[in-house]
Design a protein around this ligand. Sequence first.
Ligand code: WT7
Length: 652
Amino acid sequence: MSDETLSNLLKEDRRFEPPAEIAEHANLKEEAYERAASDRDAFWAEQAERLDWAEKWDRVLDWDDAPFAKWFVGGKLNASYNCVDRHVEAGRGDKVAIHWVGEPLDDTRDITYAQLKDEVSKAANALTELGVQTGDRVAIYLPMIPEAVVAMLACARIGAPHTVVFGGFSADALASRLDDCQAKVVITSDGGYRRGAPSALKPAVDEARTKTDVVEKVLVVRRTGQDVDWDDAVDVWWHDAVDNASAEHTPEAFDAEHPLYVMYTSGTTGKPKGILHTTGGYLVGTSYTHWAVFDLKPETDVYWCSADIGWVTGHSYMVYGPLANGATQVMYEGTPDAPERGRWWQIIQDYKVTIFYTAPTAIRSFMKQGREIPDRFDMSSLRILGSVGEPINPEAYVWYRHVIGGDRTPVVDTWWQTETGMIMISPLPGVTHGKPGSAMIPIPGISADVVTEEGTSVPHGSGGYLVLTEPWPSMLRTIWGDDERFKDTYWSKYAKEGWYFAGDGAKKDSDGDLWVLGRVDDVMNVSGHRLSTTEIESALVSHPKVAEAAVVGAKDEDTGQAVCAFVILREEAGDGGEDIVEELRNHVRKEIGAIAKPRQIMIVPELPKTRSGKIMRRLLRDVAEHREVGDVTTLADSTVMDLIKDKESSGG
Ligand code: WT7
């Protein structure tokens, strides 16, 4: 972010007080900050009481082997029991857990907690029947259909860690994840609906299986009815295996530190990291934050998080948090513009949604379409709005509050990461006054700071690196199969202090409130999706015509950042041919997925490098963002930038 944007941000002085009604009945009040800080263990033990434990813990936190944490040591529980059975046992079996809305109009299903319990139990029995045992990994590659939630909870029920792979990832990306965590079973579907048309999924699983031989069985949900290739030795229909299974299943209690899931996310190297979350602490953290940050009143609220289940937001705030809390929620299969651009607002109106959680990139695209579309709907049921995934620009915040929330609704700008598992920095809707663009301060129980390179806390009005200074229950436990990378990535920069390095830059304003500014490493944020520059560079270099590639994230009005690539072709490829740019964009799509497709590719003769051979991405970002190119004195060859700029002005 440029200095100019920064100072504009810090001049933002609009303030929104919490509505009296929400303040008065707020789940969490001001005093919680003090209470949590004075005795952290006691505070987290109190939060852990939200869950049903088969055996209580004897120690809240074991940090003796830092950074390898153990939370609720000795405790035993079952995550699926906590998300489903206990609500049924408490007499709330008839309560709707999920109002599912398919993309085709009138394709809806309301699923009660009792029905969910039966479905999850059947799926758990079916997985066991397929040979899945406690500890085995199961991959889930599904669209936003109820079976995705059922599959996750069924895995949790039998203690088989799941790894959900976003349906937009390609066969190659899927294969590398299957391989990395050695997934024995994949749960997929024939396809899903996307913008009014069925879009196939199973072929990607078939193709992934040609690249790795770890998979023994593929369980296939029939969603669209489209044709699929079938391998009798491997493929099993969900409706055969699950529908015919028994609805009786006794959940086993697992150790609090039993692995719950692995979620892959991009880091600074080419290989995605498998972030490991475990059972007890993760469930405590997600249920506590879902209750506190959204001020959830499970009896009356209708909650909707628009995230896909393939991302951590879908895990923490569509599955584990809301279901552990016994909430009623909406789950929507499709895109916001199908069959027309008011679809989301129609859903809010139809289901009287009270809490809505989405991403700035979506808000910006609605802003662009104009307020006439949302204005056609009655959204007076909304009482709290949430934002996640990237910094929300003040204009988008104010529009969201004003046009969607009718100026009644607090906006909670929630900062967190795949690694943190739960919301860490956010306003509390009944306590904090809203400042457009600021995620404000860490929630009760969490300690964060903004520090210099040397680890000194920065004064108010200054910027630095965001760190988390105390462990928290839903923290990642390691990177799957790579403890060293776990230590290097998060715990080595401030090893002496024992702090977690988040990889984000942030600023403290004059009140001490935090403004998260974005990544300080080679990670990009495109529409709230995390992408690694190196991963896309590796994909480009794997193309036979490419010699070298450099990727930067350039500022983009719609998507926050956009992928811009600079590519040097191999000599034998000549000028690459007329369609070289499209060819390379499609190649990236094939290697990683459509979300990683570069917005722009420039074929260049050279890349700017330092004398030690490091690519100077800062200069490429200047070009991609159409700025005057900055200081080139550390370049090995200072004429390189002239060559690149010539290319740019000639439209290359
Ligand atoms: C990165 C984490 C958390 C679930 C979705 C993304 C950025 C996330 C905010 C926010 C400013 C934010 C950070 C972070 N980010 N939320 N409210 N304000 N930046 O999870 O893919 O793990 O990405 O997203 O840069 O490090 P993720």
